[in-house]
Design a protein around this ligand. Structure first.
Ligand SMILES: CC(C)(COP(=O)(O)OP(=O)(O)OC[C@H]1O[C@@H](n2cnc3c(N)ncnc32)[C@H](O)[C@@H]1OP(=O)(O)O)[C@@H](O)C(=O)NCCC(=O)NCCS
Length: 175
């Protein structure tokens, strides 16, 4: 596979971030692991919010501190996907959301990037003091389930998420 890097969103990628958002919307795709992207059309506001949310001192009270990454292909500096690591749990995350959310931009799916992106994020999870991570996926999301299993995920249980009225499968990865 080509050389890939996980980077925090910065102004250099502002245009691409909005292109990705457009792609997700056009495909009717969820924006898992994209943080506040759905709620703003201003990439600089998004980038700023990501930075604020990472720092426990500036993270809004309604959220837990989280690190936002983008997967970037070095050869053409293209943003391929997004992944968010939550440093701790609130009640919702401990049951339904888990530590890590991710998505790959629709035009770059089925090329192994989700598997690669999750693999690259696990050492960071260890660095911030986690010794195991919870990842959840909708029952029937084969691509996500395979991504988790390929990275050592062990199935724990299935829970019903009331807001979306869907069953979620919970997996743990030991770090
Ligand atoms: C789920 C998602 C992240 C997968 O990304 P991806 O880059 O296409 O995944 P990969 O190419 O790394 O594929 C991982 C595995 O899943 C399989 N896969 C991927 N998408 C699939 C699909 N739609 N149907 C069946 N299998 C699929 C791949 O063939 C691969 O299988 P393998 O291990 O046997 O080779 C992507 O479809 C996405 O962003 N979906 C919307 C957001 C989402 O569901 N996020 C996860 C929330 S838990």
């Amino acid at each position: 596979m080509e050389e890939l890097v996980l980077l925090r969103p910065t102004a250099e990628y502002a245009k691409q971030i909005m292109e990705c958002k457009k792609e997700y919307l056009a495909a009717g795709s969820s924006m898992d692991g994209c943080g506040s992207m759905r709620r703003t059309d201003d990439p600089m506001e998004y980038i700023e919010k990501c930075a604020l949310e990472e720092n426990p001192e500036t993270c809004p009270d309604s959220l837990v501190p989280a690190t936002q990454f983008m997967l970037v292909r070095k050869a053409d500096n293209k943003v391929l996907g997004f992944l968010q690591v939550r440093h701790e749990f609130n009640d919702y995350l401990s049951k339904y959301g888990g530590h890590i959310g991710y998505s790959v931009r629709p035009s770059e799916r089925r090329k192994g990037y989700a598997k690669a992106m999750l693999k690259m994020a696990l050492p960071y999870c260890r660095e911030i003091g986690l010794d195991r991570v919870l990842i959840t996926c909708t029952d029937g999301n084969i691509g996500s389930e395979k991504t988790i299993l390929a990275n050592g995920g062990v199935y724990e249980s299935t829970v019903h998420e009331p807001n979306e009225d869907e069953d979620l499968k919970r997996f743990w990865i030991e770090l």
